[in-house]
Design a protein around this ligand. Structure first.
Ligand SMILES: [Zn+2]
Length: 340
């Protein structure tokens, strides 16, 4: 019984060992050869499309064909600003060159869209007569042609300026009707509505702007002059006054379209030209108009004649430049002090 039992047991043991050996061999082949081959071919395919396999694992594999197109990065835009330090009442010209399709600027509470120009996107930035002195940040955001965004910060110093003062309370021409608050408010509203529109088309030509009179007229009142009209009414002069005889021709200081030619209480006969990009020039106290609303004018074109209409002590030209609704010193557009 024992022998037989031993023989049977031995044969069963041999059969078990044989079966185990075959199975183990098969498993080894599976584990060592077949699976790695599958895994390898699978990872190799991934390696050509997405680079998330560590290079050391497949450093012996050199891809022959690059299947993924690598986009060519767009060059960074170039930013230009006309001055890094500017006085109150001045204006900055900011431009951005590069493959961009739009942009905006935030500065001193202004949020201004860039206008497409001849070679760049640009905007004029007004420095109010009462702008706070010191260093201020300009934040610029532009959108590339591939819809990605690029942001840039620049700093500009605002420099204080001395202002002239004039006391109107002792003046004989004081006219209570013309100085009524209702008329002033009406006029302010008309101007605000006119100058709040920012025409996206550049109409002005590059270079210094022209003075509106053909001779070197004497300046009788500077931009920003503080004026005391009595009854606690203090305002500042929003233009520059030139002394000139009645009927002297007045010329457009740059190219644009006439958007206003009307009679106002304070400014008298007043003509305003839209130069594009939120920039306007305006001419007051005229005796007559030589251009009408909707008319395109070139720099130097005749637009009116000097007079003394509105609140005025005598014949003179009141000339303004307005940037994004803020009056600035027009003379600085003619003499390079704004850096353009
Ligand atoms: Zn004036």
């Amino acid at each position: 019984m024992f022998y037989n039992f031993s023989r049977v047991t031995k044969k069963r043991t041999e059969a078990l060992v044989f079966t185990f050996g075959i199975t183990s061999f098969g498993l080894c082949i599976l584990v060592l050869v077949v699976l790695p081959t599958f895994a390898c071919s699978s990872e190799r395919n991934k390696d050509f499309s997405i680079e998330y396999v560590s290079k050391s694992v497949y450093e012996d594999i050199t891809p022959v064909v690059q299947l993924t197109a690598t986009p060519t990065p767009l060059p960074d835009p170039e930013f230009f600003i006309s001055k890094s330090a500017i006085t109150q009442g001045g204006t900055l010209l900011l431009s951005v060159a590069g493959s961009i399709i739009q942009g905006s600027v935030t500065f001193l509470g202004f949020d201004i869209q860039l206008t497409r120009g001849d070679r760049s996107y640009y905007t004029f930035i007004p420095i109010s007569r009462v702008a706070e002195v010191g260093m201020h940040k300009i934040s610029i955001s532009v959108t590339y042609s591939d819809d990605s965004e690029f942001k840039k910060e620049m700093f500009v110093e605002i420099i204080p300026r001395e202002w002239t003062f004039y006391d109107f309370t002792g003046d004989s021409f004081e006219n209570p009707t013309l100085l009524s608050s209702a008329q002033r408010e009406d006029e302010d509203l008309i101007l605000k509505e006119t100058f709040s529109f920012s025409n996206p088309v550049k109409l002005w030509r590059d270079g210094p702007w022209l003075k509106p009179l053909h001779f070197n007229a004497r300046i009788t009142s500077e931009f920003g002059e503080e004026r005391d009209y009595g009854d606690n009414l203090i305002r500042y002069h929003e233009g520059v006054d030139f002394s000139a005889d009645e009927g002297t021709p007045v010329y457009a200081s740059n190219s644009g379209v006439v958007v206003l030619a009307t009679q106002l209480s304070l400014r008298g006969n007043y003509i305003a030209i839209d130069h594009g990009g939120g920039l306007y020039s305006a001419y007051g106290h005229l005796s007559a108009f030589a251009a009408g609303e909707g008319q395109m004018v070139e720099a130097g074109d005749l637009i009116g004649y000097v007079g003394s209409s509105g609140l005025s002590t005598g014949a003179h030209l009141h000339w303004e430049i307005i940037v994004h609704g803020t009056p600035v010193d027009a003379l600085r557009f003619t003499n390079g002090l704004n850096g353009f």
